[in-house]
Every structure is written in structure tokens, then in C-alpha cells.
Design a protein around this ligand. Structure first.
Ligand code: ZN
Length: 138
């Protein structure tokens, strides 16, 4: 019996202020804006610093390392495009640089994922974009 291929996963919509973020993902690098006034690093990308509202920002490449802050194992998905991944891990990763981002932990048994687990970024090709995901760090 032939299996119907899974539909493509949705792609994020690129906003002007997040364009540098997605461009660096295409080069397998994670980057975020830093505030030139207070040195805050923040996620998600915005046009101003969420700490001091300064608009003078610079983009820096991050280490790509972090740890699991919180997670959930997803066993059911209403989206057909995610059925093939079940069960999968939806997680909040605390980056070494401080910000927390929601993403997935992949390339491991879902039962091995735990809070404080060291992880590193990896990139999933999705159409013409690359989506940051995380995997266990050795
Ligand atoms: Zn600031």
C-alpha cells in the first residue's frame, strides 16, 4: 500500500526585524540582537531592546549551546505534517547567552530528555528556510 507523503511543515513568516535571524540560520548559525546600550541579548528579535527600549542594536553570532529549561513530549498533533514525528519534544531552551526560545529537541529518544540537559543547535531544512532545533550535546 502506498503511503501518502506528509504535507510540508509550515514555514515561519519572515518579518523585517527578524530577517537577520533567518539569514544566519541559512548559514547554520544562531544569531540574536544585542542592545548597544545595556548589552541585553533578547529573543524574539525586535526593533528595540525590551530591557531599556534603546533602538541601537547589533546582531551577534551565538554559541548555539544551551540547556533544556522546560519541555513536553507531544504524543498527538492536529497537524498532519507533524504526524510522522510523533512522539516529539517541544521544549524551552535557555541559551548560554540568556534568552529562552521555544523549539524542538531532536535526534534522541524522547524519554532521555530532561530539565538541565545540555543541548546544541542544529538546523532543519524546511523548504527554502532552515529552522533552528536542538539536539543533545556531548
Ligand atoms: Zn537595552
Amino acid at each position: 500500500m502506498n503511503q501518502t507523503p506528509a504535507p510540508d511543515k509550515p514555514q515561519p513568516r519572515i518579518t523585517a526585524c527578524a530577517e537577520p535571524y533567518w539569514r544566519s540560520c541559512l548559514e547554520d548559525k544562531l544569531s540574536l540582537p544585542y542592545c548597544k546600550e545595556c548589552d541585553a541579548c533578547f529573543y524574539y528579535p525586535r526593533l528595540w531592546c525590551p530591557t531599556c527600549f534603546n533602538q541601537d542594536l547589533e546582531w551577534r553570532i551565538l554559541s548555539g549551546r544551551g540547556k533544556v529549561y522546560s519541555f513536553s513530549v507531544i504524543h498527538q498533533s492536529p497537524l498532519a505534517s507533524y504526524q510522522q514525528d510523533l512522539p516529539y519534544v517541544l521544549a524551552v531552551i535557555e541559551l548560554e547567552e540568556g534568552p529562552r526560545m521555544m523549539t524542538n529537541v531532536i535526534n534522541c529518544d524522547v524519554n532521555t530528555v530532561h530539565v538541565e540537559m545540555p543541548v546544541t543547535v542544529t538546523f532543519e531544512q524546511r523548504g527554502d528556510m532552515k529552522i533552528p532545533q536542538f539536539e543533545p550535546r556531548q
